[in-house]
Ligand binder design. Structure first.
Ligand code: ADE
Length: 306
């Protein structure tokens, strides 16, 4: 898997050479390159941001710099647009939709165009629809990912899906974020564009969020983990997607506390049942929202909806 990361702080990603991701790079499973967005600027100050149109605090990342960078990394030529930006959302949507129809020989952009969901204001919803519908990422199609606190939540299902991609490109925003036309434009060019939040809190930029997503994705690449079994029964994974049961190791008694006796019984059926019941009980208590989403069929307990 090729992974490009664009940031104004590319040094931040030097840590990716450590630990398991460093080993995976050495083994040739992944190739990570961090790029400095300022390398695509042309002014003396290497500026990447400007004031928000319509007013407001902070700065917004400029589309021109991002587009030069992303065109390079995605090997795309700049598209011609028959409209001037800022003519209004309806004009934007029509122009984007027309371009999307031309550019896409089926797939994401055509779907977005036909649904008319390409207005700049509607990107997050469009991204959501696309990721839900297209659960298999073709290995030869790059996926462009923008961390964004106002986007749909990144989940284990997204990590699993993206672990099958051949090329991921992360665009780390800073300041008040990036110009909304950037993801819209690349969707219209037929690129699989995702915007994800890693949680309901605001960070200073997309760098930490990118690291989090990268770790969640790359550890699922076949051959990445020393022991592949360790990812099979984790929280959020597999049937039911429950929180994982608690774990114990030796000694059986420590500071007056015993491990649950059933775990010492050697009866695998009982151990499995104990663990599954505990997973269910913990999930009901800590994350009832996950229980609501449970697939009763997969659990084999059609009567246990909540
Ligand atoms: N950038 C800032 N906060 C973020 C968050 N919670 N998730 C993804 N990207 C972000």
């Amino acid at each position: 898997m090729r992974i490009d990361i664009v940031s104004v702080f590319p040094e931040y990603f030097e840590v990716l050479n450590l630990s398991l991701l460093g080993k995976a790079q050495a083994k040739g499973l992944v190739e990570v390159r961090a790029h400095n967005l300022r390398d695509w600027t042309h002014d003396v100050h290497h500026s990447v941001d400007d004031t928000p149109v319509g007013g407001g605090a902070g700065m917004v990342m400029k589309p021109e710099v991002w587009a030069e960078c992303l065109d390079d990394l995605l090997d795309l030529a700049p598209a011609e647009f028959p409209m001037t930006m800022g003519d209004g959302a309806a004009t934007d949507a029509a122009a984007y939709a027309a371009t999307a129809g031309d550019a896409a020989a089926g797939g994401t952009a055509a779907a977005a165009a036909s649904s008319g969901a390409v207005a700049a204001t509607d990107d997050a919803a469009a991204a959501d629809t696309v990721s839900a519908a297209d659960t298999r990422v073709p290995a030869d199609r790059p996926v462009l990912i923008f961390p964004n606190p106002s986007a749909p939540l990144f989940t284990q299902a997204d990590a699993t899906e993206l672990s099958r991609a051949g090329h991921l490109l992360f665009g780390c925003g800073r300041y008040e974020g990036y110009d909304a036309r950037i993801p819209t434009y690349y969707r219209a060019q037929g690129v699989d564009v995702r915007e994800y939040s890693i949680g309901d809190y605001v960070l200073n930029g997309g760098e930490v969020a990118t690291s989090v997503m990268l770790e969640a994705i790359t550890r699922l690449i076949p051959g990445f983990m020393g022991n592949p079994d360790s990812i099979v029964e984790e929280s959020y994974t597999g049937e039911g997607a429950l929180l994982e049961h608690r774990q114990y190791t030796k000694p059986a008694t420590w500071r007056g506390m015993n491990v649950p006796e059933v775990l010492l019984s050697g009866d695998h059926g009982k151990v499995d049942r104990f663990r599954r019941d505990e997973a269910l009980a913990r999930t009901s208590k800590i994350r009832p929202d996950l229980i609501e989403r449970l697939d009763c069929q997969a659990l084999g307990k059609a009567d246990r909806k909540t």
